[in-house]
Design a protein around this ligand. Structure first.
Ligand code: COA
Length: 385
């Protein structure tokens, strides 16, 4: 195979020269191409760049050298990362979040991902960032760099048709429907509180505001007119939980995100979802397998909910990986990472990937930081880095 001297570089997102703008659009186009998605339009590029500037995302890429056949602003490999925090139980740890991993179909298996990820993980080590995380659709690749499974998610479907009932409970507060944009400050505050309390929680990156307010849907590339928001007010009148959901066909309701800081808030939100007129099923693709959000606990008949547990990884887990939260802890849907890596060694591990193990699942649902951007709205625990 002909050897190519790739131009490996980091995008300067603050540079608005024509050349830099073309390169950044090419980079986004390459990410979308890598995930078999349509080319970006202007609005997608604008939002993408705004978010990446806000989150100080480092966008790495490999371009064909100038003059080479096929060279241009579009790279042949992409890789991005940003630093947020991970609740590791004892404390919030800096977390290197990895996303937008693609190599052009015509340049695969030439070590481009290896080059980009090793540069980035070395940078994380140098910066004192102890853990890296990504969501993986091709998960077998990442064990060689020390990644292991970090969390699990559970898809559950609640049968809310006639006959459904919750165990009796008295809500000390109430649930209120708000427009998603109006709910956002409450949603964010509840999540931020949750994030400081819940082991395994990963901080939300900037695009969540667009996603959760319905301002922009990265799948449809337009505002999301379907998303609804409800918040729970505790007995003291403060918001202590929220649910973001989409009413669908045939009485179905799909929960995109739900966080409750207290058991009463969780129960009240489930009750609200299931007891709404015309609702026959409530599906939630990010229920945590070991917590109250599994929905089994509140139902009067255990048979009214079906849950399928999804492993988000295989292979060895890392000691700093998020683990199932304590049964008494608040519940959520929001852990982002499916694989983590402790970036404590100066260089990457070269261990062979596990083979023959269970495949890591493709993304099914809600918010994730994986790429392409639409997958942020698909999966927090199984997606594509
Ligand atoms: C996954 C992807 C980024 C790999 O990029 P790449 O530049 O070809 O990777 P590299 O050449 O650096 O390969 C790194 C190692 O992973 C292995 N590898 C690469 N792709 C693999 C795959 N799909 N399955 C199993 N192993 C794979 C390589 O053999 C190599 O192993 P080695 O170090 O033992 O030689 C690329 O195939 C791709 O863009 N896929 C589609 C987009 C995607 O799914 N991205 C997210 C992946 S979670």
């Amino acid at each position: 195979m002909e050897r190519v001297d790739y131009d490996v570089a980091i995008l300067d997102l603050s540079d608005d020269s024509d050349e830099a703008v073309a390169r950044r659009r090419g980079w986004i186009g390459a990410v979308l191409r890598g995930f078999r998605d349509p080319r970006p339009d202007d609005e997608l590029v604008t939002r993408w760049v705004d978010h990446y500037r806000t989150d100080r995302v480092i966008c790495r890429g490999a371009w064909l050298p100038e003059g080479e056949f096929g060279a241009g602003p579009m790279p042949v490999a992409t890789y991005a990362s940003l630093d947020k925090t991970l609740n590791a139980g004892h404390e919030l740890l800096p977390l290197r979040m990895v996303t937008d991993v693609t190599t052009s179909a015509t340049h695969r298996r030439r070590g481009l991902l290896t080059r980009l990820i090793e540069d980035d993980l070395a940078d994380a080590v140098a910066a004192g960032v102890p853990v890296a995380a990504l969501t993986a659709s091709e998960a077998t690749i990442y064990g060689r760099w020390g990644f292991g499974p970090a969390t699990f998610n559970q898809t559950m479907e609640l049968d809310a048709s006639p006959g459904f009932a919750l165990r009796s409970f008295t809500d000390p507060g109430r649930v209120e429907l708000l427009e998603p944009a109006e709910a956002w400050p409450h949603v964010k505050r509840v999540f931020d509180t949750f994030h400081t309390q819940q082991r395994g929680s990963v901080e939300w990156p900037a695009p969540y505001e667009d996603i959760h307010t319905g301002a922009y849907d990265f799948n449809d590339r337009s505002p999301n007119a379907k998303i609804r928001a409800a918040v729970h007010l505790g007995g003291d009148g403060s918001v202590d939980g929220f649910v973001l959901f989409t009413p669908g066909e045939n009485g179905s309701t799909k929960v995109a995100e739900m966080v409750a800081l207290t058991p009463a808030a969780q129960l009240a939100l489930w009750s609200f979802l299931a007891d709404t007129d015309h609702v026959k099923t409530v599906t939630f693709n990010l229920a945590h397998p070991t917590t109250r959000s599994s929905g089994r606990w509140p139902t009067s008949a255990g048979s009214r909910s079906r849950a399928s547990r999804t492993s988000c990884g295989s292979g060895s887990s890392t000691s700093s990986a998020p683990s199932p939260p304590d049964p008494g802890a608040p519940t959520t849907t929001s852990s982002w990472a499916s694989t983590t890596r402790r970036a404590t060694r100066p260089g990457p591990s070269r261990s062979r990937p596990r083979t023959g193990g269970p495949a890591w699942p493709a993304p099914t649902e809600p918010p994730s930081w994986c790429s392409p951007r639409r997958r942020w709205a698909r999966s927090t625990s199984a997606g594509s880095p």
